[in-house]
Write a protein that binds this ligand. Structure first.
Ligand code: LMR
Length: 400
């Protein structure tokens, strides 16, 4: 029945890890997927996560029963509070419908299917470039994908005018995907003033913002500062959707834990929205997994664990910033042609280097350094020990 099938290509991001795993070289370096590594190049389980897991194991009153279709109630409340802020009027007015989903991807997908069923406009605008999975998620979720200008390669910064022009030309009610902070793959975010300009235009045109918040706490090291854009939009009383992931900021990658929040006009609408979200979720995977969400709820509800989490998160963010400086200095020291200041200007997990496909292939073939073909480097995968190797590779690639 399947003889006609062709071999499908590997995923452009996760396939990088597949190739890396096959490479026997002792100096190989995986800077593909956005996953945090320690200075020793090892994955990190946060101390607070280990502590939360101990507490969960010790509590014999906990079972492995199915949890509700929309997930753990406590987790949903705490997740909404984390992104919208303490004392958020939208939460106080019960205008927020939240469903625990399978991390950012699952939240985006459930959001897309909900919109394609219940929202009048099926066009979604995504930035160029964006995370490679976005167009696929939205297409398969029943939406029709269009793009807006975002990154300007000439300045290695934001094409703010282009972005506003494209959103201005969008049809009424169109959905707009916004990266809440630490834009993936470029590491380029709007300034606070620019966010305000974007907000005014989106509200004026009656567009519907859909935030992807995968890096709260990773851009600046502050959970509140990284929620600035979302809170600005929610603060005006209007509607929006938010896909939230705990993969990066709690290091819970494999636990697949995240949330979709839909900020509505009234409590009555939010209740109905939640009931409809359940109809989207039930035939998809019935109900979400219990363990990751229990870890998150344990940490977010305990004052000490929460505080310790913010410290560990800041340490991760700071280590990435220090990698930026070390890589920049190493390229300067080698006299590598080009202006590399974007390495220190960009924020979050990634540097959008400007290296082209051929240069990337060269670095992989000759230096065993693995990154996505668009030249994105996961700074979180770098360490003081591996910076010189990467700088040598970039230097050689640029001089070819
Ligand atoms: C990335 O962009 O590397 C991450 O979001 C991981 C993924 O699933 O692609």
């Amino acid at each position: 029945a399947f003889q006609h099938l062709e071999q499908a290509p590997e995923d452009p991001i996760l396939g990088v890890t597949v190739a890396y795993n096959k490479d026997p070289s002792p100096v190989k370096l995986n800077l593909g997927v956005g996953a945090y590594r320690t200075e020793e190049g090892k994955p990190l389980v946060l101390d607070v996560v280990r502590q939360a897991e101990e507490l969960l194991i010790q509590d014999r009153s906990r079972y492995k029963e199915y949890i509700p279709i929309a997930g753990l109630v406590e987790f949903n409340k705490l997740s909404a509070k984390l992104i919208l802020g303490d004392g958020s009027p939208a939460i106080g007015e019960k205008r927020v419908a939240t469903a625990q989903c399978l991390t950012g991807t699952g939240s985006l997908r459930v959001g897309a299917e909900f919109l394609s069923k219940h929202y009048s406009q099926h066009i979604i605008y995504i930035p160029v470039p964006t995370w490679g999975n976005h167009p696929k998620i939205f297409n398969l979720g029943g939406l029709s994908v269009k793009t807006y200008r975002y990154y300007d390669p000439r300045t290695s910064g934001l094409d703010y005018e282009g972005m506003l022009e494209d959103l201005h030309a969008a049809p009424p009610g169109a959905i707009v995907l916004l990266h809440a902070c630490a834009h993936n793959p470029t590491g380029v975010d709007p300034t606070q003033d620019q966010w305000e300009g974007i907000r005014q235009l989106i509200r004026l045109k009656g567009l519907l913002p859909f935030f992807d918040s995968a890096y709260q706490g990773f851009a600046s090291g502050s959970l509140d500062a990284d929620a600035y854009s979302v809170r600005l939009f929610v603060g005006d009383g209007g509607e929006c959707l938010i896909a939230q992931s705990f993969a990066k900021n709690m290091g819970l990658y494999g636990e697949r834990v995240g949330a979709l929040s839909i900020v509505c006009r009234s409590a009555t609408v939010a209740t109905r929205v939640e009931s409809q979200l359940k109809l989207v979720i039930r035939p998809m995977y019935s109900s979400p997994p219990i363990h990751g969400a229990s870890i998150v709820a344990t940490i977010l509800s305990d004052r000490n664990l929460y505080y310790n989490w913010t410290v560990e998160l800041k340490n991760m963010a700071d280590r990435i910033i220090s990698m930026r400086h070390q890589l920049y200095d190493a390229l300067k020291a080698r006299g590598t042609p080009g202006d590399w200041s974007h390495i220190i200007k960009q924020i979050g997990m990634f540097t959008f280097t400007g290296l082209n496909k051929d240069q990337v292939s060269f670095m992989t073939a000759e230096y065993h350094i693995y990154l996505t073909s668009d030249g994105r480097i996961s700074m979180a995968g770098l360490s003081s020990k591996t910076v010189p190797h990467l700088a040598d590779a970039i230097h050689a690639a640029v001089l070819r």
